[in-house]
Design a protein. Structure first.
Length: 69
């Protein structure tokens, strides 16, 4: 999903951290902004990808599979 700069970089990063904390609370409950290599994530932001898409990509999750299951 493309999100054409609806978020500032700071907002986008905060959303990514919140999604990781929520989706992976059992293994990454205390992840913080400083724990993430943002240089690796920046291209997804610049492509206009949503924070959710970025997290799904980083953790190699394809939500279409779980929807069809």
């Amino acid at each position: 999903m493309r999100v054409t700069m609806l978020y500032s970089w700071v907002q986008w990063r905060a959303s990514v951290v919140a999604i990781i904390r929520y989706d992976f609370s059992g293994v990454l409950p205390n992840v913080n902004d400083g724990d993430i290599d943002w240089n690796a994530w920046r291209p997804l932001y610049e492509e206009g990808r949503s924070p959710q898409f970025a997290v799904d990509s980083a953790f190699v999750r394809d939500l279409r599979k779980s929807i069809s299951a």
